[in-house]
Design a protein around this ligand. Structure first.
Ligand code: NDP
Length: 448
């Protein structure tokens, strides 16, 4: 129940209309929590029906993707692109390949992406896409055929000034390459329509590392501002060992922290003396699964087949970097009881609303994903700039720009929270700061 009648009316409508989209409703509710303080101060929001409009994607396309597997059998999946909001720039956001993909998940991701992209300060609107295709266990040839089949329909909706997808869960450099290749062939154009591309065909140095590295730059700013401290010697636990988790671990170690536990979907390994992150990186790059090999080298490390139990590990900082809704209220309580005082989201919405509220109410420093994991899309924005200018920056140049962008995002969130009397509430700061620019653009662009 919000203080504002307008907010209650809009949220009731959203709840009724999208009752079968729980992840989307969760993202909207978290965002509306922050809007309660703003809508009365800004009557233009209600007058221009901004919230009614901002919760509805500008366009959703969904398509049949038929392809032939290695045994010659015809397979059918569904592909989607949710073009959420283009008020401040072309649609921009990743593609997810996972059997769980549905419109509720893609709409929550596209909704959050709109505010995340706004926070970066770069001219990018919000979008998200993907398919219920499961790349696990598929051959490269199968993944290629699927990507090509998907693109033969999707290409109509993309373009460097229209919609620029990138990677996400289950969608890495290999998938970007196959989809970009088919896009190029169908349009007869070599443009920066995908980001996260390989370096030989227009990718940016530093993009692969950007989300994980950016997360740690953001975490450093939180520690510096709120605790006058650094990452040195801090015990960190990380869920997910994919693109985000792995690079977060590498950066955490580079900044002096000790990674004591890491998980993937099969379980987690823990070693209070600190994990050998370069070895994990090497093993997972080579084989994907790293646990068995790692335990051979470090027999004192422990393996637990239930990834959720990792949240019981004593630590200073938790970085959820796997997927949505990983930290429930019981996990949040266990983290706090075991000494964790800072949670920074590398994944999108990995913390349930109840757990988020618990962290904030209990004074835990909390970095919301739409701010703290914005480093990936920020460097995607830099990749678009390099493509448009036909040049490439060095890794060091990109990394420095990333660090500056993450510092500036933190500052925006902190200062906006402070304006509303809650300087440590970065959820509030991120939602309001991300929203204001989109709101102003929507008013200026009229009712469209
Ligand atoms: P990847 O597919 O590269 O990695 C996901 C990792 O999470 C894998 O190690 C996977 O394990 C693991 N995992 C999946 N489900 C669970 C679970 N329930 N418990 C524990 N581990 C799990 O994805 P990304 O790293 O790219 O993305 C991770 C998250 O970060 C997503 O929420 C994504 O939206 C978000 N994000 C990603 C960005 C990017 O640049 N890639 C940018 C911003 C946000 P396994 O390999 O065993 O399946």
């Amino acid at each position: 129940m919000y203080k504002s009648k307008y907010l209650n009316d809009v949220f009731d409508g959203v709840k009724k209309k999208y009752a079968n989209e729980p992840e989307f409703l969760q993202a909207v509710e978290e965002f509306f929590d922050s809007m309660d303080l703003l809508v009365e101060k800004e009557p233009g929001i209600e007058k221009n029906a901004i919230l009614e409009r901002i919760v509805v994607p500008e366009r959703i396309v969904s398509m049949r993707v038929a392809w032939v597997d290695d045994k010659g059998k015809i397979q059918v999946n569904t592909g989607y692109r949710v073009q959420f909001n283009s008020a401040i720039g072309p649609y921009k956001g990743g593609m997810r390949f996972d059997p769980s993909v549905n419109l509720s998940i893609l709409k929550f991701l596209g909704f959050e992406q709109t505010f995340k992209n706004s926070l970066t300060g770069l001219p990018m609107g919000g979008g998200k896409g993907g398919s219920d295709f499961n790349p696990r266990g598929k051959s490269d040839a199968e993944v290629m055929r699927f990507c090509q089949a998907f693109m033969t329909e999707l290409f109509r909706y993309l373009g460097p000034d229209t919609d620029v997808p990138a990677g996400d869960l289950g969608f890495g450099a290999r998938e970007v390459g196959y989809m970009f290749g088919m896009y190029k062939k169908l349009t007869n154009e070599f443009t920066g329509t995908f980001t996260g591309k390989g370096i030989p065909f227009g990718g940016s140095l530093g993009r692969t590392e950007a989300t994980g590295s950016g997360l740690l730059y953001f975490a450093s700013e939180m520690l510096k501002e709120f605790k006058k401290d650094t990452l040195k010697g801090k015990r960190v636990i990380i869920s997910g060992s994919g693109n985000v988790g792995k690079h977060a671990a590498v950066k955490a170690v580079a900044l002096g922290a000790k990674v004591v536990a890491m998980s993937d979907i099969n379980g987690f390994i823990v070693d209070e003396k600190g994990l050998d992150v370069p070895l994990i990186y090497k093993l997972s790059e080579a084989k994907g699964e790293y646990t068995a090999e790692y335990l051979k080298v470090y027999p004192t490390a422990k393996f637990n087949p239930n990834p959720k139990e990792m949240w019981n590990t004593p630590c200073d900082i938790a970085l959820p970097c796997a997927t949505q809704n990983e930290i429930y209220i019981d996990n949040a309580k266990a983290l706090v009881a075991n000494g964790c005082y800072m949670v920074v989201e590398g994944a999108n919405m990995p913390t349930t609303l109840e757990a988020t509220r618990y962290f904030i109410e209990n004074g835990i420093l909390f970095g919301p994903g739409k701010a703290s994991n914005a480093g990936g899309v920020a460097v995607s924005g830099l990749e678009m700039s390099q493509n448009a200018m036909h040049l490439s920056w060095t890794f060091e140049e990109v990394d420095k720009k990333l660090e500056d962008i993450m510092k500036s995002i933190f500052k925006k969130c902190h200062e906006t929270g402070a304006k509303f009397g809650q300087p440590t509430n970065l959820v509030l700061g991120a939602n309001i700061a991300g929203f204001l620019k989109v709101y102003q653009a929507m008013v200026a662009e009229g009712v469209i």
